[in-house]
Design a protein around this ligand. Structure first.
Ligand code: PLP
Length: 408
């Protein structure tokens, strides 16, 4: 049986899909490795990766093979109806990869980054018996009611209030947090801080080098849990499995998502059993959380990123990208900063209009880019970490040409 399709995807999108979901003019009809093909038959180099979900590129053969194999075994089960191996295997791998000593860690699997952040807050509240949550300026944690309340950008919050209670916003500094704990919220009522190791949507700002350790010390002094939101920066995006590894800090709970499922929906919360088991049986879960097919993909993703050589290759890519961006920046008055961590890099431009013009010019030349930042003025690079040196050079050339074109 063939599925009937609309003759014009753009037209049908206008008619049937909510305008609340923003889309660029691109219609994708195939994807492979570091490229996607538009409906005009043109192949584009993809440095967006479905917003950071393709750290291994599109359709990596081992991931696709594991998905096919799982599809032939069984699809949905629901872990609350019958347990199954792929779910447990993902949790076993997440325990081995946790940025702390040993492998005595437990996980819960869910469908999206926002759902995972929500569950991390639930676990922190259950474990501490406290209600309050602290998020930071420029944070992005998702689009559900609680995570939107934790997100620090009006464009994601406009018209959607009232917001969830007991969410407090701190400047990204220990002094700022200390002041908040005096002026706004009693530290004794705070369950957790939630912080991205590299702020993603907020503009690709890595945490200042000393901040995570100082934050951990301050949290520990007040019995506040440190929740590390690695949804965008994790699964190898900055080189090591988790971006927090750059800082040598052990979080209490770690939230992962995006590339974890290799292109399928999967996210997780991982932490010590004393925290993860503080929730009563039945308090966590969900119909599709830890779907067997997503889990089969995630096992291969985690094995690939943990394998020797992956980090070295990603870091080499990071050096190549950084060198290229620094060179481009010397040639452009529109660029005000080059920043990031490892291969998770971005160019900050003078304003959002300049960034949008570069993204459009790059797309016309065959390179897909995304912006981020409070003003939409940051061009973030989320290429597959598996791309070749040639694709890296090619993408940098297009970016450079697009910047020149947009300047005129
Ligand atoms: N946390 C961070 C740091 C993110 O970057 C995102 C998404 O971009 C989320 C949470 C929310 O993830 P999802 O869109 O899968 O709900």
């Amino acid at each position: 049986m063939s599925i009937s399709v609309a003759s014009d995807v753009r037209e049908a999108r206008e008619k049937y899909v909510s305008m609340g979901v923003a889309t660029p003019p691109l219609v994708v009809d195939a994807a492979e490795g570091s490229r996607v093909r538009g409906d005009d038959g043109r192949w584009y180099l993809d440095w967006a990766g479905g917003i950071g979900c393709q750290n291994l590129g599109h359709g990596p053969s081992a991931v696709v093979a594991a998905i096919h194999e799982q599809v032939d075994r069984y699809l949905h089960q629901c872990f609350m109806v019958g347990m199954y191996e792929p779910y447990v295997e993902v949790c076993r791998r997440l325990a081995a990869a946790f940025p702390g000593p040993g492998d005595a860690y437990k996980s819960v699997l869910v469908n999206s980054g926002a759902e995972a952040v929500e569950n991390a807050v639930k676990i922190a509240r259950a474990a501490t018996g406290r209600p309050a949550v602290i998020a930071f300026e420029r944070a992005f944690h998702g689009r559900t009611l609680l995570t939107m309340s934790m997100t620090s950008k009006v464009a994601y919050r406009r018209t959607f209030g009232p917001f969830a209670p007991e969410v407090y916003r701190s400047p990204l500094s220990v002094d700022g947090l200390r002041a908040l704990l005096k002026s706004e919220v009693d530290p004794e009522s705070v369950a957790c801080v939630v912080v991205e190791p590299v702020q993603g949507e907020g503009g690709f700002h890595p945490l200042p080098p000393e901040f995570p350790a100082a934050l951990k010390t301050l949290c520990a002094a007040h019995g506040i849990l440190y929740v590390d939101d690695e949804v965008q920066a994790g699964v190898g995006r900055t080189g090591p499995m988790w971006a927090i590894e750059h800082y040598g800090v052990q979080p209490d709970l770690l939230v992962s998502g995006k590339s974890l499922g290799g292109g399928l929906p999967l996210a997780a919360v991982t932490g010590r059993p004393a925290l993860m088991d503080a929730v009563h049986p039945g308090g966590l879960g969900g119909t599709f959380g830890g779907n067997p097919v997503s889990c089969a993909a995630a096992c291969v993703v985690l094995d690939t990123v943990a394998a020797p050589g992956f980090r070295e290759r990603s870091e080499a890519l990071g050096v190549q990208l950084r060198t290229g961006l620094d060179t481009i920046a010397m040639d452009s008055d529109a660029i005000t900063d080059v920043r990031g961590l490892g291969p998770m890099l971005a160019l900050e431009l003078v304003d959002g209009a300049a960034a949008a013009a570069v993204v459009a010019a790059a797309r016309a030349r065959g390179l897909i880019l995304l912006t981020c930042g409070l003003d939409g003025n940051v061009i973030r690079l989320l290429p597959p970490l598996t791309m070749s040196d040639e694709d890296c050079t090619f993408g940098l050339e297009i970016l450079h040409a697009a910047l020149r074109e947009a300047a005129h």
